[in-house]
Every structure is written in C-alpha cells, then in structure tokens.
Design a protein around this ligand. Structure first.
Ligand SMILES: Cc1ncc(C[n+]2csc(CCOP(=O)(O)OP(=O)(O)O)c2C)c(N)n1
Ligand SMILES: [Mg+2]
Length: 337
C-alpha cells in the first residue's frame, strides 16, 4: 500500500487567532469527521456487506470523545470504549486504517484479525477495548499506577457507558484507583440506555456521578452534548489527576441517537425521545455557537464538511485496495512463539 490517509485537524477559517475559535474549529472538525465516518460505515459500507463485524456508533455523542481526548497529552494512556471513535483520530490513527479495520483488511489496525472497534495502538498510548463491559476500568487503574511506578508523568483516561458502571469490574477498578490515588480520569457517557435497558432498570441512584462520593473521589455532571463543557470538565479532572490527587469521575449526560448497533432498530425507545434529543445535537449546537461568535461563516462550515467527505472517499478507496490477511498468518501474534 502506498499512502496512508492521516487525519489532520482542518482549519475552517484561516484568519482565526482567538484560542476559543481555534479550539471550536478543531472540535468541529473531529466531531464532524466522527459523524461522517460512522455514517459511511453504518449506512453504506455495512449495508453493502463490506463490514466484517458488528457496527456500534456514537451518533449524538461526539462531543464526549472529542472534548475529552483533546485535553490528553501524548504521554497519557487512553482507553476508549465503543462509541469513542474520535479518540482514534485525535491520537493520529490514519483514517484509511480505520476503514481497513472495519473491512477486516490486512492494513487494519489489527491486520484483519478483528472487524470493528476492538483496536488499539500502544505506540500511540491507545489501549484496545475489551469486549466484556467495564473490563478495561481496572486495567486503566493499574496502568496509572504503573506510570507512577515508572516515574512517568502520564495519566489515564478511562471511557465507559452508564451500563458499564453497574458491573463489578467498574466498582473494583474505581475503588482501587481511589485507594491508590491513581491518576485516572473516568469518563462516563450516560446515554440513558445499556442496549435495550433504560437507566432506571439498571441502577437505583439518579446519576452515575452519585457513585463517586461512595469511593471518596470527586465527580461532576456535565452536558455531554456541549463540547466546551466536556473539554473544561476534563481539564479540571486532568489537573486533579496530574497533581497526584487521584481519580476524578465525569458523567456526560447524552443520548444514543441510534439503536445499540446497526442491527437494532431501537423500537423500545419511547416515541419522541429521538426528536427531543435531536434538538440538542452537539454538532449543530457547536456550529450555531461558532456562527454566533463570528468564529466561522456557514460557507466555512459547508466547505469543511465537503473536505471531510473527500478525505473519507480517499480513505475508503485506499482501504478497499488493502488485501484480506493471508490465512497462513492467522495465528501470528496469537500465541507466544
Ligand atoms: C459483561 C458484558 N455483558 C454484556 C455485554 C453485551 N453488551 C455490549 S455493549 C452493551 C451495552 C452497554 O451499555 P453502556 O455501558 O451503557 O454503553 P452504551 O452501549 O450505551 O454506550 C451490552 C449489554 C458485554 N459486552 N459485556
Ligand atoms: Mg449506555
């Protein structure tokens, strides 16, 4: 394969020097990229039968991975979950490799061993999700401890959904991190459903953040559809963790604007909820804010989206040229040799 299509933060307006405008432009780029990449995967490539595994998207939740991962330093170790695609872009994973991953090709991140988001790259300090819910939460706590033992200054970012917080692993991991004062930013996307189970049927407290004080750690609730709110909360949390004060829990209230996965029509979601939450779309809100503040004109936003479409077309074409892995390599890297 020749060129790999690296993701690059687009600039909507070359003249912007205001740091807020600059941040807004980066956020909009990554949020739009995530929306459009996931749309291409779920609504086109999956339906064309080109995707090897299941498809889980973070439509409507883009502000959470973007607002948080933009705070991370390169030495921080990130543990994204299944609706956090933008974390991969922000860390610099080339777009073509993401498409190749979903299509099970040799140039995918797992070199064709996997067909969706179970992917990581330790060179970029990105740890793959473990499919069992919350299983990476104790791993993130341990990794933060390891960073401290090694005298490194990084902290960990641990991502999960509301449902994961009802699993035993989550409680053990958060408790361990709290007791050890390990530097972990715990980031919950509370999208109000765990597959078809609504929040009130899987936990008896009102907020995920209510669980923080039980472990002696600070916890706050933020509007998960407001990328600036997520960014600022993550800055507070990261500052706390970097200062050696231990973990910090952020609950981002949001809504899953789709079924659990591409094969789920979500008939169990009460009528009207998609419309209600659609009005709070994080990308539309950011665009409106940018126009209101003079950070971008509608034409800049339209151009940015068109550029992203071109970037995606190129990346898909690149990924489609990648071969499937040679069956003789199937067990490579599976067993220690
Ligand atoms: C231990 C375990 N049980 C069930 C599943 C199947 N499963 C995968 S994602 C999911 C729902 C997760 O809900 P939540 O944590 O709220 O994340 P969301 O999908 O809403 O982002 C379920 C039940 C699993 N992966 N692991
Ligand atoms: Mg959920």
């Amino acid at each position: 394969m020749s060129a790999i299509h690296a993701t690059r933060p687009g600039r909507l307006k070359k003249t912007a020097t205001d740091p807020q405008a600059e941040l807004a432009q980066r956020c909009l780029y990554f949020m739009t990229l995530m929306r459009e990449v996931e749309d291409r995967i779920e609504r086109k490539l999956y339906r064309q039968g080109k995707i090897v595994g299941g498809v889980y998207v973070g439509r409507g939740q883009e502000a959470i991975p973007v607002g948080s991962a933009l705070v991370a330093d390169p030495e921080d170790v990130l543990f994204p979950c299944h609706r956090d695609m933008a974390v991969f872009f922000i860390r610099g994973v080339p777009l073509g490799r993401i498409f190749a991953q979903y299509m099970g090709r040799a140039d995918g991140i797992t070199r064709g061993r996997e067909g969706n988001m179970h992917m990581g790259d330790l060179k970029l300090n990105l740890v793959s999700i473990v499919s069992a819910l919350a299983a990476t939460v104790p791993v993130a706590a341990g990794a933060a401890l390891a960073l401290r033992y090694q005298g490194k200054k990084g902290i960990c970012f641990s991502y999960f959904g509301d449902g994961a917080t009802s699993r035993g692993d989550w409680h053990e991991g958060v408790n361990f991190a709290a007791v050890q004062k390990a530097g972990v930013v715990f980031i919950c996307n509370n999208n109000q459903y765990a597959y078809s189970t609504p929040l009130n049927l899987q936990m008896a407290c009102e907020n995920v953040a209510d669980r923080g004080p039980a472990y002696g750690i600070p916890a706050e609730i933020v509007d998960g559809n407001d990328v600036f709110a997520v960014y600022q909360a993550t800055q507070r949390a990261a500052e706390h963790a970097r200062a050696g004060k231990g973990p910090y829990l952020i609950e981002c209230k949001t809504f899953r604007m789709t079924g659990h996965s591409a094969h789920d029509a979500a008939h169990y979601v009460p009528a009207g909820m998609f419309d209600e939450w659609g009005k709070l779309d994080p990308i539309t809100r950011l665009e409106a804010k940018m126009i209101e503040n003079g950070w971008a004109a509608q034409s800049d936003i339209d151009e940015g989206r068109a550029r992203i479409h071109r970037e995606i077309d190129e990346a898909v074409a690149w990924a489609e040229k990648s071969p499937y892995p040679d069956p003789s390599t199937l067990l490579d890297d599976v067993y220690e040799s």
